[in-house]
Design a protein around this ligand. Structure first.
Ligand code: ATP
Ligand code: ZN
Length: 299
């Protein structure tokens, strides 16, 4: 095990929950096969030299800090809560890369009838949350004196069962708040899944693997936003392309045999291509239009 730990990069992933699917999808696109997480704590992808540890997300920050694993994927909300768990605590974790999935926000919410117009309305109130450190920091910074009650689940029920006046919880669509007759009052912070490592440096073998992983993730992220576009166009309309396709790199212009006034244009658009864009391209006379997804993009 000791020898193994030196030569295998260990990544901690959430066993099941809102981060699991996004993590698996991202790693799969990076060419890393995440083997069944159903009944095993540890599996590995030998070709990449990576070992997966499937745990509750709450356990991941501590496991990275203590060196049980090298990197991990969890929400920024949890990272913020973990590093602010004590005022004297110096963060020993750092974000390598934001990953763009499991997006949500930490918000204050209250029963619909709760009268709220300004921050000071929170003075003297009881607020239930699973993020007490983050909430306390926010309240301190806002000069609010409120009572923070920590709950580890079902926070959305706290007001109805008389535990608290308000809650501070994660929100994405707002459906859970709506179902519980709660209204969102204020957003404290935004969150998405992040790739995290310890500040203490990894050995050179592992840090090269992390670099390789980061390069692949960046390639996947760049590709997912971009499209490869091919079209035919009158040569004198080429200058109008830039206005229609913002964020596209220098187009490749090719002659079209038998059509001296026309060219074929190949271009990578760094933004998603919507129907309006396609219609605008048609508007300047583009034909034979192809918009294709890009699998990997390495600059
Ligand atoms: P575990 O059993 O691993 O402790 P959990 O119940 O703490 O799971 P999930 O509900 O799966 O966790 O949420 C994990 C993370 O997903 C959150 O910390 C947050 O970063 C993110 N997330 C995204 N959208 C939401 C949402 N609507 N509600 C809660 N978390 C969300
Ligand atoms: Zn959790």
């Amino acid at each position: 095990m000791g020898e193994n730990r030196k030569s295998v990069l260990r990544i901690a992933l959430q066993k099941s929950g809102r981060l699991a699917e996004g993590s698996d999808q991202l790693l799969t696109k990076c060419g890393i096969k995440v083997k069944s997480r159903s009944n095993q704590l540890v599996t590995c992808d030998d070709s990449f030299g990576i070992e997966f540890l499937f745990v509750r997300d709450d356990d991941i920050p501590g496991m990275i800090e203590s060196g049980v694993c090298d990197i991990g994927i969890f929400g920024e909300n949890l990272l913020r809560e973990y590093v602010s768990r004590s005022v004297v605590q110096v963060s020993k974790l750092e974000t390598i890369l934001p990953l763009g999935f499991s997006k949500c926000r930490l918000s204050l919410a209250a029963p619909k009838e709760f009268p709220y117009s300004k921050l000071s309305d929170l003075n003297g109130k009881v607020i239930a949350t699973s993020y007490p450190n983050t909430l306390r920091n926010f309240l301190n910074a806002s000069n609010i004196e409120a009572n923070v009650v920590t709950m580890h689940g079902s926070v959305e029920l706290a007001c109805h069962i008389g535990v608290a006046d308000l809650i501070c919880d994660l929100v994405s669509s707002g459906a859970t708040l709506y179902e519980n007759a709660l209204k969102e009052i204020l957003t404290i912070s935004q969150s998405e899944a992040v790739l995290v490592q310890a500040q203490a440096p990894l050995n050179s073998y592992k840090s090269k693997l992390v670099e390789k992983l980061v390069l692949r993730i960046k390639g996947v992220q760049a590709a997912s936003k971009s499209k490869y576009i091919m079209l035919h166009l009158e040569r004198d309309k080429i200058d109008q392309l830039a206005g229609i396709l913002p964020g596209c790199e220098t187009p490749t212009i090719l002659d079209l045999k038998g059509f001296p006034t026309k060219v074929a244009v190949h271009v990578v658009s760094q933004e998603d291509v919507f129907w309006e864009t396609v219609e605008n391209l048609k508007g300047i006379g583009a034909s034979s239009l192809l918009v294709m997804p890009i699998d990997k993009m390495i600059s």
